[in-house]
Design a protein around this ligand. Structure first.
Ligand SMILES: [Zn+2]
Ligand SMILES: [Zn+2]
Length: 760
């Protein structure tokens, strides 16, 4: 018999061809295997029927750990057998199928780590040791097929030793495109902040020692630069905060080992699984009571973001120091993408660091670290990037049309929906300026090319002024694609439905801001959505509240609190007491009061849950100025986890609106009677109960069996826990995100599925 098999999925760059080779040989089959230009693998087999059956069974059951098979296409061939043996052929440039993709970057495997530490091994102490099972992939691939010549490893021709391994079918580095050694591979080197070489024997370990002594070092990783420092010394941390213009935003850490993490943070089994997984995300962990790292790392938060080393270089940083962890924060200037080039790094970061730890391999694609959080035993992505992107989210049906989603404005990603696979890009960031817009365009184009997608529609937000809306219009016009605008919270709910293969849902979508169908600011929404319809119904929402001063109100939560409270009580004294917490002092306090009195009708309104959290945080003295996205909400949750419900308020629901003024007033009136923690907890209880009760009621009325929670606020573990209880008590199913970001990083997926599945 002769057959031609095409395998689609993540099958290039994961040791698939060597696996096929060994499998074919073991069953006595002849023919060939080769990579294709569309990221698939093509296999031609000649042999007996029973051998072929056995081969196919092993293909599914014994595939390499990083491989994902999405589809096997089998075609019987006529004619006589042609092959006397089985071989791995040169890759073909042929592009026929679509939807396969390159694998994400993967952390160093245990075999490579063992060799790194073995003095008799050829790659002993080599910072860039990798094999067919580990190392960078997505961040080094410029084009397909995945051959060394198409990656940034092409500048490093293999030495005799590496070549021998590369060509040996039984070797772990057989056709491993990142294979390299101290003789032929990339080199690490240390420089001063101006790029002047610092000549040392062992640049990586020297960098570790510099960090330990209090220096700030920019370290080049797989997808970009990190800025690293000590986690206990005050001086470099203060300097880092100043230079990054981050007064309070928490820094992520890299810890030397799991034991080290456990000395300052709680780690449950699910968190341990994530920390040690090949994706090596940053996991937000609860601080232990005996947490003893500097308070400057994650100020006023109950949790801290931690990852484990993902490359040999990272492991080696800790070799000659006793530090349990280093700060490892993404090197990106405000609103700009993560820095990836060596010269770019000196230009942009030189003023803020003491040293650079470089290597001389180029980064093809930027890719920030992923950030995740565990709710009980569920994974909640805050950012899905390195280690995950661009692996697709699998849907249960093929889309009607190939659509891309360009996302929103902040924390953005883009998404390519091709048949039953949704490819979400790496984290792009806030696309407000030219360089991030360029990054979005480049990342999306690359993703379309990698997946060989023939795009028919482009979906974007409804906001008329978003950069992404302009870009979508431009692309639609230029390429003749259909343009589809999707409401922000509808996109959140659509993403949740797609992730869980649900056709109908009552979705609770809460966050800081989304442009509503009426042009006003939404953010505490209950929507009825179905998979087939591009329309949705707004069933309910939080009470609209005044947003005095627009963006200024978002920055200074006292304004929101004042606006809400002034509906029911006089806030004059309170505002004056807090005049110093406003940027313009007393004059501003007086102005706020008079505007609330005289212009009440003209102040824009918002139904945002985030803004209610802001107001509560201001009243409780937890946050007067928001210096990073979600700051007040995060700090309020950090207080709440230590508290209990003391207000015991029943939800005040008037028709389809959940009252928030009364609750805030109670917090205000009781602020001296109860602790911050108890009142923070009570705010959570009230809002979660109100939203979940109204959503469940609507679901029962409509005969819909599922209620879901999505949007940036659904990262909040306490809200989620309370809502789940209310919804499940009604006998309904409760859904939250597990493999897609809950916040705006998931919007592009929602847009793409509305664009790809709905009737228009
Ligand atoms: Zn390895
Ligand atoms: Zn070599």
């Amino acid at each position: 018999m002769r057959v031609k098999i095409t395998v689609k999925g993540i099958v290039q760059g994961v040791g698939f061809r060597p696996f096929v080779y060994r499998n074919a040989i073991s069953h006595g089959l002849t023919g060939y295997v080769r990579n294709r230009g569309d990221a698939g693998v093509e296999i031609l087999l000649e042999g007996t029927k029973s051998a072929l059956t056995a081969f196919l069974k092993d293909l599914q059951n014994q595939k390499p750990p990083q491989a994902r098979i999405h589809e096997i296409i089998k075609k019987d061939l006529n004619g006589k057998n042609e092959y006397a043996q089985f071989a791995i052929l040169e890759s073909s440039e042929e592009v026929e199928h679509s939807g396969s993709v390159v694998p994400p970057d993967s952390a160093i495997c245990s075999d490579c780590l063992r060799e790194l530490r073995d003095p008799t091994d050829h790659r002993f102490d080599y910072f860039f040791i990798t094999c067919v099972n580990c190392g960078p992939r997505f961040t080094i691939i410029e084009r397909l097929p995945y051959d060394r010549a198409n990656t940034t490893m092409r500048e490093f021709p293999l030495c005799g030793f590496c070549l021998k391994e590369y060509e040996d079918p039984v070797n772990r580095r057989f056709h491993a495109q990142t294979v390299a050694c101290p003789t032929c591979g990339p080199k690490a080197y240390l420089t001063t902040r101006t790029g002047r070489a610092v000549i040392v024997q062992d640049p990586v370990r020297e960098a570790g020692k510099l960090l330990s002594k209090g220096n700030i070092v920019a370290v080049k990783g797989y997808g970009g630069f990190h800025i690293a420092s000590s986690v206990t010394l005050k001086e470099p941390l203060l300097r880092l905060r100043e230079s990054k213009h981050r007064n309070a935003k928490p820094f992520a850490l890299m810890a030397r080992s799991l034991e080290a993490v456990e000395s300052f943070a709680e780690v449950n089994p699910k968190e341990q699984e994530l920390l040690t997984s090949p994706a090596r995300p940053i996991v937000l962990l609860d601080k232990k009571p005996q947490y003893d790292l500097s308070e400057l790392v994650a100020p006023n938060l109950h949790n801290v973001g931690v990852m484990l080393p993902y490359s040999a270089m990272h492991y080696m940083l800790f070799d000659q120091v006793s530090d349990r962890a280093f700060v490892m924060t993404s090197a990106n200037p405000p609103n700009e993408p993560i820095v990836k080039g060596n010269e770019e790094a000196i230009r942009i970061l030189g003023g803020n660091v003491d040293y650079f730890l470089f290597h001389d391999r180029q980064i093809a694609h930027r890719c920030d670290d992923s950030v995740t959080r565990v709710h009980v035993d569920r994974n909640a992505f805050i950012r899905r990037s390195r280690g995950y992107a661009p692996a697709p989210i699998m849907l249960n049906q093929k889309a009607k049309r190939c659509a891309i989603g360009l996302g929103g404005e902040l924390n953005n990603t883009s998404c390519v929906l091709n048949e039953d696979k949704a490819f979400i890009s790496q984290h792009i960031g806030d696309v407000e300026n030219l360089s991030t817009r360029g990054f979005l365009k480049e990342a999306t184009t690359h993703l379309i090319r990698l997946t060989n997608s023939r795009v028919e529609a482009v979906a974007c937000d409804m906001h008329p002024k978003f950069t992404t809306t302009h870009l979508a219009k431009e692309l639609a016009e230029k390429n003749g694609w259909q343009l589809i605008q999707v409401q922000h919270h509808h996109a959140h709910v659509a993403a949740l439905m797609a992730e869980h293969s649900t056709d109908e849902i009552v979705g609770i979508a809460c966050d800081g801001y989304g442009y509503g169908t009426d042009g006003s600011a939404w953010g505490g929404e209950i929507l009825h959505c179905t998979k087939r319809s591009a329309k949705f119904k707004r069933l309910g929402h939080l009470e609209p509240q005044p947003l005095l001063g627009g963006d200024v109100a978002t920055r200074y939560p006292i304004r929101i609190a004042a606006g809400m409270l002034s509906k029911r009580t006089s806030i004059n004294d309170w505002l004056m007491q807090h005049a110093d917490d406003l940027p313009h002092g007393k004059a501003e306090a007086i102005l706020i009061e008079s505007q609330l009195k005289t212009q009440a009708q003209r102040i824009p309104q918002t139904t945002s849950l985030g803004r209610v959290f802001d107001a509560a945080a201001a009243i409780l003295g937890i946050c007067y100025e928001r210096t990073y996205e979600g700051e007040a909400a995060m700090k309020l949750e950090s207080e709440a986890v230590k508290g209990k419900d003391v207000l015991d308020m029943a939800s005040v629901i008037c028709r389809d609106t959940i009252d928030t003024t009364q609750m805030l007033l109670s917090v205000y009136e009781n602020r001296d009677k109860y602790s911050k923690s108890d009142l923070s907890y009570s705010v959570h209880t009230y809002l979660a109960n109100g939203l979940a009760t109204l959503a469940a009621e609507k679901a029962v009325d409509l005969g819909v069996g599922t209620v879901g929670f999505t949007g940036g606020s659904s990262v909040n573990g306490l809200l989620t826990k309370i809502m789940r209880k209310v919804v499940e008590a009604e006998g309904l199913r409760f859904l939250v995100h597990e493999s897609v970001p809950s916040g705006d990083g998931g919007v592009s997926l929602g847009q793409a599925v509305v664009g790809g599945f709905c009737r228009f």
